[in-house]
Design a protein around this ligand. Sequence first.
Ligand code: HEC
Length: 240
Amino acid sequence: MKKLILILILAAVSPSSLAAEATEPLDPVYTNLGNKASLQRGAKLFVNYCLSCHSAAYMRYNRMGRDLGISQGNIDEHMMFAADKPGALMTVSMPEVKAKQWFGTAPPDLSLITRVRKPEWVYSYLRRFYFDAESPHGWNNSLFENVAMPHVLYELQGVQRLTGHDEHGYPRFEMQAPGTMTPEEYDEAMQDLTNFLVYLGEPAKLERYKIGTIVMLFLAGLLVLSYFLKKEYWRDIHYS
Ligand code: HEC
C-alpha cells in the first residue's frame, strides 16, 4: 500500500506534469473487465508496443496469463520479450537514467495510469498523436502538448496532422498516410488497450467478480435446500 501511495505522489509531481496540459474534452470509452477477448488483445498490444519503455511493475506474467486465460505457452512465445521467468514482474530493461537522456523524462510505470488519469483520458491520448515537424521526435499530442513520447502506434493508426479544433474543443485531424488499421479498427484496438490498462490498475477486480458469482451460486443452492427442508419439516403437520 505504501508503495502505491508513493507511486501516486510521484506521478503527481513527475516532470510530465510540467508539459502543457491541454483542456480538450475527452472521448468516451467503454471498458469491460468481463470481456476476456478484449483484455487479451489489449495485453498483446501492451507487451508489443508499450512494455519496451513503460513497466507495469506490479504485474507478473503468469498472473496475467491466469487472470486473462492466456496459456503459458502463448505467453512464453508471444509476450515475454523482456523477461525469462513466468513469475517475473513486468518491468523494463531500459535503465531510467538512459530513458531520461533519450526522452527528457522517464516513461512512467503504467500500473495505475487509469486511476491517475481516467480511462477516457488514456483512450483519448492514444488517439490524438499527430505529426509535428517542430517536435524533436516528429510527434505531438493535442491532449498532451509537447509530449516526450513518440507515436509508437503510427504504423497502425497512420500519420495524421492537426488541422484545428471544432466548436466544442475537440481536435480535428487530417489523415496524411493511412495505417494498417482503419480508423474504426484503431479505435477498437485502443479500447482494448485501455481496457487492459484498467485491468492492470486493479487485477483483484476480476477475482472479486469470480468470488461474487460463486457466492451467488452458493446462495441459490442454499435457497433450494432450505425450501425442501421446509417442506420436510411441515410434511407431517396437518391442519384440520
Ligand atoms: C519509446 C518509448 C515509449 C513507448 C514505446 C511508449 N511510451 Fe508512453 N511515454 C513515454 C514517455 C517518455 C512518456 C512521458 C511523456 C511526457 O511526460 O512528456 C510517456 C507517457 C505516457 C503516458 C502519459 C503518462 C502521464 O500521465 O503523464 C501514457 C498514458 C503512455 N505513455 C502510454 C503508453 C502506451 C499505452 C504505450 C503503448 C502503446 C506507450 N506509452 C509506449 C515513452 C514511451
